[in-house]
Design a protein. Structure first.
Length: 361
């Protein structure tokens, strides 16, 4: 993941009465939210999974939460960290059988994690491909793996160009899914070559945008049976304008930025080796191109990917799309706010919604 400034004070780490490790933090909307989260510390080399709120003190403005586990580093000596939704920093804490695999992509080999079901069922020929978001890493998509495991799916958690795991593109820039989807298509090809007959795509933020590109344009779209889209970027131009406004920038600045990203003449400024096509990245406009059932998981407080865009998308394809909301106020942290509820709802949807009629079973 892209590490931000370690701006979260870690006030105290101690053992509670039952010898469970606890952490005391400044109280905020983030740190008092229900659910499971994590703290990265020691310049990204330390990681701890943070569980339930144990107590809050209004007088001191602090909250105490349970530490479920420490994956790396020594949290007891950490003074600051980064609050995150990445509960799993690697596959090991999931306790599921997995292997490292390499996916052939345009510029080399992209590493991925492959999880095989413990008890293969009739769904063992269904594969779930998990796609992370912008500026993140494949660890961010691990949250969807237990659902796929419960359904007997094989899971492939993939990397993509410029995420520091997969080979970089020539310009070293994100293209908002316009080119990255080809790396995930290579993962779909790999899965099909390994015997997959159906593919369920789990996309997180940018990963959801990539899933939509695959469902509309991939040569393998006939095997893509369903999409699970968490905090999806459905229309990049609307999303970028909304982000600019929430940051206090004038509308004309946002519009100018879009023009620059979409122009070949400003590549010397943007660093992109090709301009972005915001029409190709707009699935509000392209909604009619989709024929795959999809579950949109979002929260109304998301300030990075506006909920209104998801709601508008649902209104355009109500026969195809289902909306599931969670109370989180943070981007892509719907699962974190209620892990058990998220898992149960996604399992229920995947069990009860038939796959795309174009998939040959």
């Amino acid at each position: 993941m892209t590490l931000r400034k370690e701006d979260l004070d870690i006030r105290r780490v101690f053992h509670g009465a039952d010898e469970t490790l606890m952490v005391e933090l400044p109280a905020s909307a983030r740190t008092t939210a229900p659910g499971r989260y994590s703290i990265w510390f020691a310049n990204g080399t330390g990681h701890a999974c943070i569980g339930e709120v144990v107590s809050a003190d209004d007088a001191t403005g602090t909250v105490i939460r349970r530490v479920e586990r420490v994956d790396s580093g020594d949290l007891r000596i950490a003074k600051a960290g980064i609050w995150s939704g990445y509960v799993f920093s690697s596959p090991e804490p999931l306790g599921l059988p997995y292997s490292d695999v390499q996916i052939p992509v345009e510029n080399g080999m992209a590493p991925a994690w492959k999880f095989t079901p413990r008890q293969p069922s009739g769904d063992s020929s269904t594969w779930a491909i998990h796609i992370h978001g912008l500026g993140g890493s494949k660890a961010g998509a691990l949250r969807g793996v237990p659902v796929a495991q419960r359904l007997g799916y094989t899971s492939l958690v993939v990397s993509l160009r410029n995420d520091r795991d997969a080979p970089a593109s020539a310009d070293g820039r994100y293209h908002l899914g316009q080119t990255e989807w080809h790396d995930v298509e290579a993962a779909v090809s790999y899965a099909v070559g390994q015997g997959a007959r159906q593919i369920v795509l789990f996309g997180w933020s940018l990963g959801a945008s990539i899933a939509l590109q695959l469902a509309a344009s991939s040569e393998f779209r006939h095997v893509i049976s369903r999409l699970v889209l968490n905090a999806p970027v459905i229309d990049w131009s609307s999303t970028l304008v909304a982000n600019a406004r929430s940051s206090g920038l004038p509308g004309w600045v946002a519009r100018l930025g879009l023009q620059m990203l979409g122009s070949a003449g400003t590549r010397w400024i943007t660093g992109l080796d090709a301009p972005l096509s915001f029409h190709a990245l707009d699935f509000l406009a392209r909604a009619d191109e989709l024929s795959v059932p999809l579950l949109v998981i979002h929260n109304e407080g998301d300030r990075s990917t506006p909920f209104a865009i998801s709601r508008e998308f649902l209104s355009r394809r109500p026969e195809l799309a289902t909306l599931l909301t969670f109370p989180s106020a943070e981007h892509t942290q719907e699962w974190n706010s209620d892990p058990e509820g998220w898992d149960a709802a996604v399992v229920d949807w995947l069990r009860n919604v038939p796959p795309s009629s174009s998939v040959s079973l």
